[in-house]
Ligand binder design. Structure first.
Ligand code: PGA
Length: 265
């Protein structure tokens, strides 16, 4: 089997869970559970709420272990009169490596648009962090046979204005909305179809070399028991994990399952 063309990334999106005391306990347990072989095989990031970031940054210290710190959202301006918002330059100062942009909960509950996601992704890149841009169809869109069109629209819209050089460095998370927090994960075939569709849109717009470089995660009810089959798909380069990442042992088991897949390929 040919070696995998992209280094996988498994990310834990804690959403609005775990205060900074609980965050420290969770990350301490995770650091204890993750093995050097995990870090050799793939990248791992955790995305706690804003109020936890400084505590987790201090806990992680310098580069050992190489567990990356991520955020869940940011504003697109570096500073200004935006009450309640957090800027990308503030996150960069905290050693944040990845910022989730346009999660479906932000799109559905907070009015986030493709245009806003594109502005955020550009701001994250400008501050030398990596955006994890989320896209995915709703159950209604899927039932109407509109999945491919929706994914194309979201990828084009959420990356509008980015150069090929910028696009090749970012991460896209394919998260079918019907699979998020429902316990009903996509099948491996569904995950592969969505990821492959996203890659073909990238190839049409930014060229096949860029499309080959972009890491595409699958997200939606990933657990230790389904992770291996989802991540074994050729266009799936890791996972964005919500609920299961709140439990350090479950998240470490997902990372171990991912490592097993990537070591075997
Ligand atoms: P879930 O969430 O794993 O709880 O389904 C995934 C996500 O929203 O990123």
């Amino acid at each position: 089997m040919a070696p995998r063309p992209r280094r996988p990334l498994v990310s834990g999106n804690w959403k609005m869970n775990l205060d900074h005391f609980a965050a420290i306990a969770n990350v301490q347990r995770l650091v204890f559970r993750l093995q050097p072989a995990d870090y050799r095989a793939l990248d791992v990031s955790v995305h706690p709420p804003f109020t936890d970031l400084r505590s987790v940054q201090v806990l992680l210290g310098n580069d050992e272990p190489p567990l990356a710190l991520g955020a869940q959202h940011c504003h697109f301006a570096d500073a200004g009169a935006f009450t309640g918002e957090v800027s990308p330059s503030m996150l960069a100062k905290l050693g944040i490596a990845y910022v989730i942009c346009g999660h479906s909960e932000r799109r559905q509950l907070f009015g986030e648009t493709d245009e806003g996601v594109a502005a955020r992704a550009a701001a994250v890149l400008r501050n030398r962090m990596v955006p994890i841009v989320c896209v995915g169809e709703t159950a209604e869109e899927r039932d109407a046979g509109a999945t491919d069109a929706r994914l194309a629209e979201q990828v084009e819209g959420s990356l509008a204005g980015l150069s090929a050089e910028e696009v090749r460095t970012l991460v896209i998370a394919y998260e079918p909305v019907w699979a998020i927090g429902t316990g009903r994960s996509a099948t491996p075939d569904d995950a592969e179809a969505g990821a492959a569709r996203i890659r073909s849109v990238l190839a049409e717009r930014w060229g096949s070399e860029v499309a080959r470089a972009v890491r595409i995660q699958y997200g939606g009810s990933v657990t230790p028991s389904n992770a291996a089959s989802l991540l074994a798909q050729p266009d799936v380069d890791g996972a964005l994990v919500g609920g299961a990442s709140l439990d350090a042992d479950a998240f470490a088991d997902i990372v171990a399952a991912a490592r097993g897949v990537y070591e075997a390929s």
